[in-house]
Design a protein around this ligand. Structure first.
Ligand SMILES: Nc1ncnc2c1ncn2[C@@H]1O[C@H](COP(=O)(O)OP(=O)(O)OP(=O)(O)O)[C@@H](O)[C@H]1O
Length: 270
């Protein structure tokens, strides 16, 4: 891969998003390096999704800088972010229900095709992992080959989430932003999802940023976690350190990992 290992894929500096009088994201800075798997946690309304929206161009930050692979993109639209290698999922999957599962992936590939000239200019066409070259290989990767010919509306909610990840992968991203992809899944499905996410990061050399309410699972699988509280970043570090941070325990983990959950805390701190 030609990505400069020392250059952040995305560097957010002092990003603020206001909605009228409400400061949803309050001067948050965070740097994401190639190949990192980072979790974002925080109570409801902490600003997680709004931060995601800001770093993917969906919401224009009120102030702050967003540098993607060296380019200043704050204030640009989501397509500019996508062209620079960012792909994301949404809390409510945005798939095309009346199209087949395969055609949903093909749609993402078409979008990547529009970038193809740029890939060639960068000399990276040969660098696209083979598994991201066709709809069928992407379906194999995410475990949806058997559903390829079904309309997307006919597959289960957990398969919808996988499909949305597949559509994001089809755009051949360098950075994948996952917004609660494990919401509503059974315990086993959550574990499978976590394993898939790790595999994608490892095999495709992606940077993955993952918001999730299933905190215990998330903390077990990520190497770094950012905690947001009332729009501010209150911690950023390895899970075993973050779960011991008194401010984090008071603001969030005290409830999420209470006494009955000591086992899970022990698992993370081990
Ligand atoms: N478009 C909007 N207009 C006005 N306020 C908004 C808008 N989007 C989010 N907010 C507010 O901004 C704050 C942060 O919301 P956000 O959805 O980013 O939090 P979150 O951490 O993702 O929460 P959750 O875990 O519940 O998804 C909340 O107070 C929310 O009500």
């Amino acid at each position: 891969m030609s990505t400069d290992a020392k250059q952040p894929l995305l560097d957010a500096q002092e990003v603020t998003v206001r909605f009228g009088g409400l400061v949803a994201v309050d001067a948050v800075s965070a740097t994401f390096m190639p190949g990192e798997l980072v979790g974002i946690i925080g109570p409801n309304g902490a600003g997680k999704t709004t931060f995601f929206n800001a770093i993917s161009g969906v919401t224009k930050p009120t102030s702050g800088r967003l540098t993607v692979r060296g380019q200043q993109l704050a204030g640009k639209g989501p397509h500019r972010f996508a062209r620079n290698g960012l792909a994301r999922t949404f809390q409510t999957p945005r798939t095309f229900g009346d199209m087949t599962v395969r055609d949903n992936i093909a749609f993402g590939l078409k979008f990547a095709g529009r970038r193809r000239r740029k890939y060639i200019l960068w000399g990276e066409e040969s660098g696209v992992p083979w598994v991201l070259r066709t709809a069928d290989s992407i379906l194999g990767l995410i475990g949806l080959s058997a559903q390829a010919d079904l309309p997307a509306a006919a597959i289960t909610p957990s398969q919808q989430r996988l499909l949305e990840i597949g559509m994001a992968l089809a755009t051949r991203p360098r950075m994948l932003l996952l917004d609660e992809v494990a919401a509503g899944l059974t315990e086993n499905e959550v574990e499978e999802m976590a394993r898939l996410i790790r595999r994608l990061r490892d095999e495709l050399d992606l940077t993955v940023v993952w918001i999730e309410h299933a905190v215990t699972t998330l903390l077990r699988h990520v190497e770094r976690v950012i905690v947001l509280h009332q729009g501010k970043k209150i911690a950023d570090g390895p899970p075993r350190e973050v779960v011991r941070n008194p401010e984090v325990i008071e603001a969030y983990l005290g409830d999420e990992m209470n006494d009955e959950n000591d086992e899970s805390r022990a698992e993370v701190t081990a």
